[in-house]
Design a protein around this ligand. Structure first.
Ligand SMILES: [Zn+2]
Length: 125
């Protein structure tokens, strides 16, 4: 597995290029929104999160490995990450935002991601 950073920008950059190439314009990391979404489409009231599979615990994903040592520590840390993600998504939706989450591993198939992002962004609801 590649180097693990809390804020690995690789997948995020890939998505940004993809969405930008589709002609959509966005802002990055809006500090005033729950969870500081990676891509913010304010006029559409939509946000996209790009989640690293390891840190955000993509279910049934081979990248969401469990470290062999200090397992209890990691489990607590991961549980907190997942709880925070859920809370952020819920708070955003309550405030009328629509939320799309793209997982790091999905970016290996950029065409699929592009299709999903397009479906998400073009709709009015
Ligand atoms: Zn994954």
């Amino acid at each position: 597995m590649a180097a693990v950073h809390a804020k690995d920008t690789g997948p995020e950059l890939a998505l940004r290029r993809l969405v930008y190439g589709m002609g959509y314009r966005y802002r990055l990391h809006a500090k005033d929104l729950p969870g500081r979404p990676d891509l913010v489409f304010r006029p559409r009231k939509k946000v996209i999160f790009v989640h690293g599979c390891f840190w955000h615990r993509h279910e049934v994903c081979l990248y969401a490995t469990m470290p062999k040592s200090r397992t209890a520590y990691w489990q607590a840390k991961f549980a907190a990450n997942v709880a925070r993600d859920r809370r952020n998504a819920r708070d955003l939706k309550k405030a009328g935002w629509r939320v799309l989450t793209i997982w790091q591993c999905q970016l290996k198939q950029p065409n699929n991601v592009a299709k999903r992002a397009h479906e998400f962004l073009k709709s009015d609801h």
